[in-house]
Design a protein around this ligand. Structure first.
Ligand code: PMV
Length: 345
């Protein structure tokens, strides 16, 4: 059967992308790691091959027809068919599900768009067989994923990746993400990420609106300049294995992102009181134990508690006794740096 299935992870950025230009190009470079347990699985059955210029898309999400997602995905697939012309005239039956609950506040765009992009590039490869190196395949999937959701560009790789051009590394690009695992110290490759779920409500302001608000933001230019500097510093501390500096820089970037939200016009606030309580607890824990643990935040209220895996015992008992009381129904996801997408067919 003409079918392709990919499992692709969500990722969490340490240097954040917030603000874009042109066709989904970032205003500053970002760096993230792919998660292990939070992923989307997407199967595409393809058939047809008519003269039409259109791609015919039908979609089910978690077993159910979803007209809203179907329209969005059909529009997206048709918009990128100029980069994958062999999709034109095909009929695609797409079926997708997330490993994490829909209401968990975890953004699914990175995992879902990367899983879809990997599937679409696989179809091209099956039909034309032109791509010989896996890295070229990944780069094309990252490029296509980026057009669906910026952060998705980074999810086609396992471990750590960078998306966005920097003055110091000519390989980094605004068009697609790059695997940076060879550039960093091994100590970071086995970090844990406890995703602490403080709310299961839909977020009040979407990332799309947040990115747009950066266009007229009074502090935008200095934020972009700082993120460029932070990226350079982050690559340096990660190369050297400096875990304390990594922790401080990660927190600075997370709070800078939320500072942008709070000072946008109109301003918005995605943190909840529990978010701040958890942040303060994590900082106290770092001070008391000297462990290089830290937090980061997505565009939402949930907290990612990031720690070296050798400290897992102490960290888990701290989570259970000190942090879970702030989580909605004591929910958290015991995640870690993941190995990246897996092809299931
Ligand atoms: O990819 P988008 O448009 O959902 O934006 C993602 C923005 C952040 O998650 C806040 C930061 C990032 O770099 O992932």
């Amino acid at each position: 059967m003409n079918q392709t299935t990919w499992r692709s992870p969500s990722n969490i950025a340490l240097i954040k992308y917030w603000g874009k230009k042109g066709n989904q190009l970032p205003m500053n470079p970002s760096l993230s790691f792919s998660l292990d347990k939070a992923f989307t699985e997407t199967t595409i059955i393809f058939s047809g091959g008519t003269d039409s210029n259109k791609v015919d898309v039908s979609l089910t999400f978690e077993g159910h027809k979803n007209k809203h997602f179907e329209d969005r995905i059909a529009k997206f697939v048709n918009s990128i068919s100029e980069y994958i012309p062999s999709l034109k005239g095909l009929r695609l039956e797409i079926d997708s599900y997330n490993s994490f609950p829909h209401s968990s506040g975890i953004a699914s765009s990175a995992s879902s768009m990367s899983a879809l992009a990997l599937g679409l590039v696989s179809i091209e490869h099956k039909l034309l067989g032109q791509i010989t190196h896996f890295s070229d395949f990944q780069q094309k999937a990252s490029f296509i994923a980026r057009l669906g959701s910026g952060s998705a560009a980074r999810s086609v790789y396992g471990g750590y990746s960078v998306w966005g051009a920097t003055p110091d590394n000519s390989l980094f690009s605004n068009e697609y993400a790059m695997d940076i695992n060879d550039l960093i110290h091994p100590v970071f490759k086995t970090y844990g990420d406890a995703i602490l779920l403080v709310t299961n409500k839909e977020k009040k302001v979407s990332s799309t609106v947040g990115h747009q608000l950066m266009e007229s933001h009074p502090f935008a230019d200095s934020k972009f300049t700082e993120s460029f500097k932070n990226m350079e510093l982050m690559l340096e501390v990660m190369k050297k294995g400096e875990q304390q500096d990594f922790a401080l820089l990660t927190e600075l970037e997370a709070l800078s992102l939320h500072a942008m939200m709070m000072t946008s016009n109109p301003s918005f606030l995605l943190m909840e009181p529990q978010t701040l309580s958890i942040i303060n607890k994590i900082r106290d824990f770092r001070l008391q134990t000297g462990l290089p643990v830290c937090f980061t935040l997505d565009a939402g209220a949930n907290v990612h508690f990031i720690y070296p895996d050798k400290d897992v015992k102490l960290v888990k008992s701290f989570i259970e006794s000190e942090l879970l009381p702030y989580c909605v129904q004591k929910q958290w996801i015991d995640d870690k740096v993941g190995l990246g997408p897996v092809r299931l067919t």
